[in-house]
Design a protein around this ligand. Structure first.
Ligand SMILES: [Zn+2]
Length: 66
């Protein structure tokens, strides 16, 4: 599973493998100062996780890759 760090609630998140936009997360898991989003791509069946950070901790933001 690929892990991405996001600052906002993701919408139309591109699949980490094939780039197909996914309208909304499959699963949302709230945590302390962060929310984990599990995405499932219905085009290629790839599953990945994105984490939204809501406090001022240093955030890593990898470049969006197709
Ligand atoms: Zn995909």
């Amino acid at each position: 599973m690929t892990k991405a760090i996001l600052r906002e609630t993701p919408r139309q998140n591109p699949c980490a493998q094939c780039g197909t936009p996914i309208p909304r997360p499959d699963w949302i898991e709230p945590g302390e100062g962060r929310v984990s989003y599990i995405w499932t791509c219905h085009a290629c069946n790839y599953r990945f996780e994105a984490v939204a950070i809501f406090d001022e901790v240093a955030v890593e933001r990898p470049p969006l890759a197709a």
